[in-house]
Design a protein around this ligand. Structure first.
Ligand code: FAD
Length: 386
């Protein structure tokens, strides 16, 4: 086991799990778990050795997300979203001195990164922006109506997408790294949702200022297709797998308890448990296959930009987001009223509510519509994960 996974297991079991229900009920930031992740230096693991970090790989991040997802899905989602932003800087900073220095600070000070890609007026179409950078003497300013920014007020820096200039078309975007001191948050929307309540994903009007050196020196179109999209779908799927694994673990414990109290008869939930385990295994296999495909493609812009790669990564998100709801639903049926109650050790109520965020976190309908267009350009389905 990697030292990062061991550390995540300790944080998850000893801290995140203890506060998960309170985080959920009060829709509050999981401060204890995030402090513990910072203490154990888990926020900077992707920073390469050349920039002062330990140079972990995406597989390490995936395993941490999976672990945390079993204890507190909000903590896991915050960690996942932070690592998506970190991966974008690591993969696309090049030799840019400002960004390299920022990565060094991230590793040293365990900075927490948030993101503002969604924008009022374009919905979940993150490949379009209304707001734009206005440049003046090497500095920029920007105002963005951001309907959802997870843990924005708790973050140390935020990555914001915008049009390159006020004259640029909606799809000519850049992504800019803004330390907290360069951002003014004006709260607009509260976060009182069904699930993922601890992510505190409130809406804000952002007023941002900084140096042009803070702009990632690659078009956002490339950052998005080569890193943000595949990494998002991998780390989200990992934590959704964690939610599903924990729910099924509760169902297994319920069935075991039933076996002990029955006179040797197999309890009615046993067959359903075996069936749900098939779905969980499929979910895990799909994640591992796509993780290997991403690892094999890193460093090759052509492979990362291939239509077949995008379709496969979208399929991972679509399949995982559906499986997690299905598996948690099965766990609830297996546990019956004990699973439906919120005050029982077999409760899967929080799991079910958190799981439903998966389909709307970039709406599945939007991804299916995108895949429908991309699939027409595929020569052959054999190209997928070839
Ligand atoms: C827990 C959580 C945390 C989040 N954190 C952040 C964050 O930190 N930063 C951030 O920027 N965003 C964040 N988001 C926002 C998220 O990534 C999506 O952008 C957002 O949920 C989309 O909002 P929407 O469903 O209102 O909009 P849309 O995606 O526009 O969907 C609205 C409806 O329109 C339909 N629709 C619209 N256009 C199309 C189309 N072209 N094809 C098919 N259907 C279409 C959809 O199916 C849906 O029914 C978060 C979301 C969640 C759930």
């Amino acid at each position: 086991m990697s030292p990062w996974l061991a550390a995540a297991r300790a944080v998850g079991a000893e801290i995140a799990a203890r506060h998960a229900d309170d985080v959920d009920v009060r829709a509050r930031f999981p401060g204890e778990a995030l402090a513990a992740l910072k203490d154990r230096k888990l926020l900077g693991i992707l920073v390469p050795e050349s920039a002062g970090g330990p140079g972990a790989g995406i597989a390490d991040v995936v395993s941490v997300c999976h672990e945390l997802g079993q204890h507190c899905a909000s903590t896991a989602m915050i960690y996942a979203m932070h690592q998506i932003q970190t991966a974008c800087i690591v993969q696309h900073a090049g030799q840019d001195p400002w960004l390299r220095t920022f990565l060094k600070r991230l590793a040293e000070d365990q900075l927490l990164l948030a993101s503002a890609t969604s924008e009022a007026g374009v919905g979940g179409d993150v490949r379009s922006s209304i707001c734009a950078l206005t440049e003046r003497r090497g500095r920029f300013s920007l105002v963005k109506q951001a309907p959802v920014i997870s843990y924005g007020e708790e973050s140390d820096a935020i990555l914001v997408t915008a049009r390159r200039t006020p004259q640029s078309p909606a799809s000519d975007q850049v992504i800019v790294v803004v330390p907290r001191a360069g951002v003014e948050f004006q709260p607009q929307e509260t976060w009182n949702t069904l699930g993922m309540r601890g992510t505190c994903s409130k809406g804000h009007r952002l007023t941002v200022e900084g140096e042009m050196a803070q702009v990632i020196p690659v078009p956002y179109a490339d950052v998005s297709s080569q890193t943000m999209l595949p990494v998002s779908h991998l780390v989200w799927s990992a934590l959704w797998l964690g939610i599903a694994s924990d729910a099924l673990g509760r169902a297994r414990a319920f069935v075991r308890a039933e076996v002990k109290t029955s006179s040797g008869e197999s309890p009615p939930g046993g067959g359903r448990l075996a069936g749900a385990a098939i779905e969980l295994q499929t979910m895990k296999s799909n994640l591992i296959t796509c993780l290997r495909a991403y690892e094999a493609a890193i460093g090759s812009a052509d492979r990362l930009s291939a239509i077949s790669f995008a379709v496969a990564m979208n399929n991972l998100k679509l399949a995982s987001s559906q499986s997690v709801v299905k598996i948690v639903g099965e766990a609830m049926l297996i546990c019956g009223l004990a699973g439906y109650r919120i005050d029982s050790r077999f409760s899967v109520g929080r799991h079910l509510r958190d799981a439903h965020s998966a389909a709307v976190m970039v709406n599945n309908d939007r991804i299916i519509a995108n895949n429908a267009t991309l699939a027409l350009a595929l020569r052959d389905d054999r190209e997928l994960l070839a």
